[in-house]
Design a protein around this ligand. Sequence first.
Ligand SMILES: Cc1ncc(COP(=O)(O)O)c(C=O)c1O
Length: 433
Amino acid sequence: MTELQQLDKALVWHPFTPQEGELPDNIIAERGEGTCFITPDGRKIIDAIASWWVNLHGHAHPVIADAIAAQAKKLEHVMFAGFTHEPAVTLAQNLLSQVDASFTKVFYSDNGSTANEVALKLAMQYWYNQGISKPIIVALDGAYHGDTFGAMAVGERSIFTHPFTPYLFEVKFLDFPNGYNDAAVVQQFKELSEQQSVGAFIFEPLIQGASGMRMYQPETLQALLEVAKQNSIITIADEVFTGFYRTGKFLATHHIPHLPDIIALSKGITGGALPLGATLVNQKIYQAFVSADFSKAFLHGHSYTANPLACAAANASFQLLLQADCQQRIRSIAQRHQQFIEKIKKHVALSDCRALGTICAFEIKTQTESGYTNKLRDKILHYFLSKNILLRPLGNIFYLVPPYCITNEELDYIYAEIENFLDQLFVRDVSSK
Ligand SMILES: Cc1ncc(COP(=O)(O)O)c(C=O)c1O
C-alpha cells in the first residue's frame, strides 16, 4: 500500500463502501487516457463502465480539457440569479435542439439526483400554482432516481433507503413491466389514475440501470405515457443514465413517439468531466410558473447552478458527440454488443443477457437471490480487475457501458475475458458439486 492509499484510508470516506473490517486499498487513478485509467506504477485499466456511466469520449479528452481551461481563464463562476453567461445559454440551445419544439426551458442544477429533485418539485408546484390537488406520485418498481430525499422517495425501498423510509413521501409503485405482465402494468396504471389524484409519473425510460440493467419495451412505455396523458398526469423521464446516446438515440424516449413533459439529464452531459444537471421542461409546465405572484415562482437554486466550467465542458462534449466518427462508434458498439449477445446467450452460466444501444448486461445464474447483494459481485469485480478491466457488478449482474471512444480491439478483449470468466465459473461450479 502506498502512502497516498494509507492517507486515503485514514481520511477519506468513500461512497457505497461499508466502513467495517479491512477497508479496501483503493486503486489510485493518476492519469486518464482514452478508455483507460493509468495508475502510478503504469497499470492501464480499461474503464468498461464509463466511471458510473458518465464518460462519453474518453478520459482527459483534450478538446474538453481545453474548453474547461479556456473558460477557467475567462470566468470560473458567477451566481445564476440576475446573471447569465454564454456557456449556459449555448448549452440550453444545444440541449433544446435535440427535443421537439414543445420544450422551451432548461433549469440547471448539479447532478442526476438534483436534476430529478427539480423535476419532481416542478411537477408538484405545477399543480399547486393552479390550486389543484393531485398529490399522488407514481414510479416504477425497482426505480433508482438518486440519493437526495425526493429522488430516494420515488425510488425502490431497499437496503439503500431503509434508514430513511419514515422520512420519504408516499409513492405508488407500478410493477416493473417484465415482458410477461406489460398489459397488466398498463391496466394497473389506468386504474390507479382513475381512482386517485395522480399528479406525476416518473420513470427511467426503457432501462433501469441501478436495479440491474432491467429493460422494458418501448410499446409499454408508450402505453403508460398515453394513460398519463388521458389522465392529465405530468410525465418525467429520468434520462440521467440513458441520455446522450447511451441507448443509441440522443434520448431513450426518442425510441417512442410520445415525449414526456419533463426530462432530467446529467451524467454524460459534460462528457464525464464535471458535475452538472439539467432539467428540460415543456411550455405547458413553464406556463404554470409565469405569474406576478412571487409565491408562484420556482424558488429553488444551488450555489453552483449552471457553473460556467461545467457548461463549457458540456458544449465541447456536445460538439464531439454529434461528429460523424462518434456517431459511427455508437452504432458500431451497439452492433458489436448485439453480435456478442447472440454468441454468448446460451452460455450455461448465464440466466440472461441483453443489450440496448451501447449498454449490454449479463446475469449469472445463482442459487441465491439475484441482485445487488449477491455474493458473486466480488468474484466478478476481482476477476476483471485482474485482467485490467473495470466492471462494477450489480451483484450477479455485470454490464458494459463503455465510453464511445472504445476501440474494437478493447471491446474484443473484454468480450473474450467475459467468455473466459463464464467458462471458468461454470467449470468450477460443476467440479465443486
Ligand atoms: C437513472 C438515474 N437517475 C439518477 C441518478 C443519480 O445521479 P447522481 O449520482 O448524479 O446524483 C442515477 C445514478 O446512477 C441514475 O442512474
